[in-house]
Design a protein around this ligand. Structure first.
Ligand SMILES: Nc1ncnc2c1ncn2[C@@H]1O[C@H](COP(=O)(O)OP(=O)(O)O)[C@@H](O)[C@H]1O
Ligand SMILES: [Mg+2]
Length: 277
């Protein structure tokens, strides 16, 4: 791994009681890089995002962001430059879309807004610096988010996701962690999220894109890390990942031997298509 990586983790382990959710995982992501984090349900993807963002404390291991040890609560890590979205969107449902997006801008100044009750959050945001309001309007236009005065609680799941991604982008994170951002999204949502990923990369920052759909991820990222039962089983080129024995083993349970391959390559190809679609 490159010593000058933007973010790197070493020996990250997380145990929940008797369950080892993450087992001695090391990784890195470089400036301007989009890293795909894939693997089946329960592989440990969200756990890794939780350890990086500070939502969960690691049982063992260390993280280094831009040469400095990354530790402490999620609020401190947000100020250090980590932005994230959640597998299940966590917007302030009683606030408007505009206010939720403003929260992302406010978090750049005081990350503790995340912990305040909604009323206090509004107080902390008032008066909104005009620059923030203009930035939020521009951000919404860029992502295709309409109806800024609607309550977040009235949005579809896909719309909530897009707003959450927008809120995270408003923090201008150095590393953006997106946990299954496409689930529940319609075509507009997918385009908006893809635009966010490109924007972060254009800024020279990094994205860690989590999804179980390897085919979707492979088309968007520079490199893929495949997790299985808490361990990294593949780390490399997205195209190579799709055709790797590790991918076959993780998603189909076994690697076909040479004899079978001759006869069944076509069939396996179809199965891969099924899984990817
Ligand atoms: N808060 C938790 N308490 C107990 N077990 C957990 C918790 N979070 C995750 N796990 C377990 O850790 C493993 C990895 O889960 P997770 O990181 O959510 O996987 P993924 O996001 O890849 O689907 C699973 O076995 C899951 O049941
Ligand atoms: Mg998950």
């Amino acid at each position: 791994m490159a010593e000058d990586s933007l973010l790197r983790g070493r020996g990250l382990t997380k145990r929940y009681g008797g369950v080892t959710a993450l087992d001695d995982v090391s990784f890195h992501v470089d400036a301007g890089e989009i890293l795909g984090l894939v693997g089946p349900n329960g592989a440990g993807k969200t756990t890794l995002v939780d350890l990086i963002s500070g939502a969960q404390a690691a049982t063992a291991g260390e993280l280094v962001l831009r040469g400095a040890r990354l530790s402490g609560p999620a609020s401190r890590r947000a100020r250090a430059g980590l932005g994230r979205t959640f597998q299940y969107p966590q917007l302030a449902l009683e606030l408007s879309v505009r206010e939720n997006l403003l929260l992302g801008r406010a978090a750049r100044r005081h990350a503790t807004v995340w912990r305040m009750a909604a009323g206090a959050v509004l107080g902390a945001l008032r008066p909104d610096p005009p620059a923030d309001r203009a930035a939020v309007e521009a951000l919404a236009a860029e992502l295709g988010i309409e109806g800024l005065d609607r309550l977040a609680g009235d949005l579809t799941l896909g719309e909530q996701r897009l707003v959450e991604v927008g809120r995270a982008l408003g923090q201008d994170p150095v590393v953006m962690l997106l946990d299954e951002p496409f689930a529940g999204s319609d075509a507009q949502g997918v385009l908006g999220i893809a635009e966010v990923i490109r924007t972060v990369q254009r800024r020279g920052h990094a994205v860690i894109l989590v999804d179980h759909n390897v085919d979707l991820v492979a088309g968007l990222v520079d490199r893929i890390m495949l997790l299985d039962r808490g361990r990294v089983v593949f780390d490399g080129d997205p195209g190579e990942c799709l055709s790797s024995p590790e991918m076959q083993t993780v998603y189909f349970g076994s690697v076909p031997d040479a004899d079978e391959l001759g006869e069944e390559t076509g069939q396996i190809g179809e199965e891969v298509q099924d899984v990817r679609s």
